[in-house]
Design a protein around this ligand. Structure first.
Ligand code: NAD
Length: 456
């Protein structure tokens, strides 16, 4: 079947109202859960091949996210989809008003390679829960996981949930179609292309993009905790995480201590004697590896810096300045630059001058510093004394700001972006006649009194 034919099939499926019923939507989500469980072993194998991801990391950062999201909707879908009564105002009194959650129609989900299962399925789960049909386009750079996603889509009726594999050509073909919603996760550059394409059909969209997420460590921080958590957040998935700590920005009084502790954490977590752990994720491909190697200034490396094929060691780079090459782009790999500052408030000013990141982090035990950081550093999300974990909490929206993207998802936020909130207004027989002609002086006075025109 060609891509336009598949799209038309999905349009027909949606038009037949087969996604309207909440119970059917729940059954669809259960089908997805079953497919994931049936193919668990294939999923582990695919991750090993594509990224050398261990079973533990697949469970912790991929499967669990999908299963928790499905379970959330199985529990909350009914209440989320209920018509929500809202009040009225004087102009419309008396009337009844409510919100009706209407699915958009056919949704396109374009996913990246770094968390190729959860970044494909978590948005798709939200779209299906909200009653859309979904065409999913996984990344060509995680081809084995894309194959499993394709097998999973076979569990669904034709036209409800489909997977299109392939590369940029297929993406472009998809983006030429008049989808009803587009959800894109990937780089800021491709995000621009997607938004431009969406504008041709005025398709609403969500962009989940990247950026350089800073991690500030102040002189008041608990350095053991900071080193432990930063090391995990940087080297999880070999740093190929959109909300990874991009760089550490640390008070120079505690910098040397922090670096020592981070190196100790790296040795403990990722090395057996001097051998890199067999569980360490590799860089996705040679192109990315060469890009990363080009960012390393060997004269500043204090730990790591070597690679064996696609396996790039966890690397710590000291004395980094903002005009160094590594600070000009999102790193997206296992390289941790350390930048020092003299004064916390000046450091915040410098961060504020940079592009607004997907996440920002602060390690501090001073309430004043934390509040100042919260109030002055704009970012998609903020982690205080921890990193990354906020995105596992479905009570919090997950999304970017500025060049890191817009709109948020997870849990009820996913339901919201994939549903149009239709405003429903119902008038009874009685009404005040003010708005109808002829326009008299008395009516004008009444209008002014209701709307407060001319009043302070
Ligand atoms: P990418 O932008 O290169 O690719 C993402 C998707 O876009 C892929 O499916 C790819 O096939 C497609 N694509 C690539 N070039 C295209 C083009 N010219 N036209 C149409 N489609 C095209 O991103 P990536 O390398 O897969 O992922 C890394 C980036 O994604 C990083 O910047 C990272 O920060 C970001 N990211 C963001 C989040 C988030 O939730 N905000 C999550 C993961 C990754």
């Amino acid at each position: 079947m060609t891509i336009p034919e598949l799209f038309s099939l999905q349009q027909q499926y949606f038009a037949a109202s087969r996604t309207k019923d909440i119970n059917i939507r729940k059954e669809n989500l259960k089908t997805l859960k079953k497919a994931l469980n049936d193919h668990r072993l294939d999923i582990y194998k695919a991750f090993k091949d594509d990224l050398n991801k261990s079973e533990f990391e697949v469970d912790a950062s991929e499967l669990s996210m999908c299963i928790m999201e499905i379970d959330y909707f199985l529990k909350h879908l009914k209440s989320l989809s209920k018509r929500k009564k809202v009040g009225t105002n004087l102009l419309n009194f008396p009337s009844k008003n409510h919100l009706y959650y209407e699915p958009y129609g056919v949704a396109l989900v374009i996913a990246p390679w770094n968390y190729p299962l959860q970044l494909a399925l978590v948005p798709a789960i939200g779209a299906l829960a909200a009653g859309n049909t979904v065409i999913l386009k996984p990344s060509e750079y995680a081809p084995k996981v894309a194959e499993v996603l394709s097998v999973i889509s076979d569990y669904f009726e034709d036209g409800l949930f489909s997977v299109v594999t392939g590369g940029i050509k297929e993406n472009q073909e998809l983006l030429d179609l008049p989808f009803d919603y587009i959800f894109f996760t990937g780089s800021t550059n491709v995000g621009r292309i997607v938004m431009e394409k969406a504008s041709h059909h005025l398709t609403p969209l969500t962009l989940e993009l990247g950026g350089k997420s800073p991690c500030v460590v102040t002189a008041t921080a608990d350095l053991d905790i900071a080193a432990h958590r930063i090391t995990w957040a940087k080297f999880l998935n070999a740093g190929q995480t959109c909300v990874a700590v991009d760089y550490v920005y640390v008070d120079k009084k505690v910098k040397d201590q922090l670096i020592k502790k981070i190196i100790a954490e790296i040795r403990k977590g990722y090395f057996d004697d001097d051998v890199l752990s067999k569980d360490f994720v590799h860089v996705v491909n040679e192109k990315q590896l060469n890009r990363l190697l080009g960012l390393i200034d060997q004269s500043k490396v204090v730990f790591g810096g070597k690679n064996d094929g696609l396996y790039l060691e966890p690397t710590v780079i000291d004395n980094v300045a903002f005009d160094d090459k590594i600070m000009q782009e999102e790193i997206f790999g296992p390289l941790l630059p350390i930048v020092e500052y003299d004064n916390f408030y000046d450091a915040v000013e410098i961060i504020r001058k940079m592009d607004r990141p997907l996440a920002s982090y602060i390690f501090s035990s001073d309430k004043k510093e934390i509040t100042y950081f919260e109030e002055n550093v704009a970012a998609g999300s903020l982690g205080i004394n921890d990193c990354i974990m906020m995105l596992t909490n479905h009570h919090l929206p997950f999304g970017g700001i500025g060049k890191a993207g817009f709109n948020s998802y997870h849990g009820k936020y996913s339901f919201r972006i994939f549903s149009h909130e239709k405003a429903v207004y119902e008038k009874g027989r009685i009404e005040v006649q003010t708005k109808y002609p002829p326009y008299t002086e008395k009516k004008l006075k009444m209008l002014h009194s209701i709307t407060k025109i001319g009043k302070k």
